[in-house]
Design a protein around this ligand. Structure first.
Ligand SMILES: NC(=O)c1ccc[n+]([C@@H]2O[C@H](COP(=O)([O-])OP(=O)(O)OC[C@H]3O[C@@H](n4cnc5c(N)ncnc54)[C@H](O)[C@@H]3O)[C@@H](O)[C@H]2O)c1
Length: 250
């Protein structure tokens, strides 16, 4: 079997880093893509130290030229990508009346346009090989969340995008799914604690009480779901949203 080539965006830390490391341990060669190439070095080293292959790639997923160049570079230096995890994401939370144009555009551009640009650039390698796996990291906030009009719109949009990819690309042996995490302990949720002027530990305690399994999520919990969705075994699972949330959300 030839080694599969995966791209994980926003992979320098958090959920993306855990996913890159998991896919490498599953046997894939992984492009670790983030805004700054140097920031990807730690994850690349961890994969290489475990005997895997990885490539650090610097690119802003919201910029067409950078995305196209990054995907071409992966194809040339690592191999033609047939697995894509669109994980890069940002928040700019504010109640609607305080949300600026910049808050709206920044979040939509990274979370939604970024996934579109990456997928458009990578799909040609998947259709050529008549096999592909696309996973878009959504969020429980896609169901609606106070103070996150921009973020929840971007994630709900990502889920519609995913279902359309599943319909358009299915005949090429390509599946597309969304993974929607709830609270995962990362820098993103640490920043949320700062914004709420509370300690991260107190925020975790608050969420723990609401989550049926009695704990918050870890990046590896999301990586495990992605690992299944990009596997050979998941070929008949497409167009779905998998909640990684420690319980049902409503
Ligand atoms: N942490 C959570 O509780 C949670 C819950 C639901 C969904 N998510 C989603 O999971 C994904 C990862 O979240 P995380 O918690 O690991 O966040 P994080 O902030 O720890 O990591 C995000 C990574 O994306 C990178 N990134 C940001 N903008 C980028 C751009 N334009 N181009 C390339 N890379 C860029 C950052 O540099 C960073 O390394 C995001 O899409 C987020 O919306 C997170």
């Amino acid at each position: 079997m030839t080694q599969k080539i995966a791209i994980v965006t926003g992979a320098a830390r958090g959920i993306g880093a855990a996913t890159a490391i998991r896919l490498a341990s599953d046997g894939m060669a992984v492009a670790v893509l983030d805004l700054n190439e140097d920031d990807c070095a730690k994850v690349v080293k961890e994969i290489e130290n475990a005997g895997g292959r990885a490539l650090a790639v610097g690119a802003d997923v919201s910029k067409t030229d950078q995305v196209n160049a990054a995907v071409e570079r992966v194809a040339a230096e690592l191999g033609e990508p047939t697995v894509l995890v669109n994980n890069a994401g940002i928040t700019r939370d504010a109640l609607l009346f305080k949300m600026t144009d910049e808050d709206w555009d920044a979040v939509i551009n990274v979370n939604l346009r970024g996934a579109f640009l990456m997928t458009r650039a990578a799909q040609k390698y998947m259709t050529a090989q008549k096999w592909g796996r696309i996973v878009n990291i959504s969020s429980s906030s896609g169901l609606g969340n106070r103070g996150q009009a921009n973020y929840s719109a971007s994630k709900a949009g990502l889920e519609g995008f995913t279902k359309t990819l599943a319909k358009e690309l299915g005949k090429f042996g390509i599946t597309a799914n969304s993974v929607a995490p709830h609270f995962i302990a990362t820098d993103m949720t640490a920043a949320m604690a700062d914004k709420l002027k509370m300690s991260f530990e107190d925020l975790v305690e608050t969420y723990k009480k609401q989550i049926p399994v009695g704990r918050v999520g870890q990046p590896v919990d999301v990586a495990a779901a992605v690992s299944f969705l990009v596997s050979e075994d998941a070929g008949f699972t497409s167009g779905q949203v998998i909640y990684v949330a420690g319980g049902p959300l409503c």
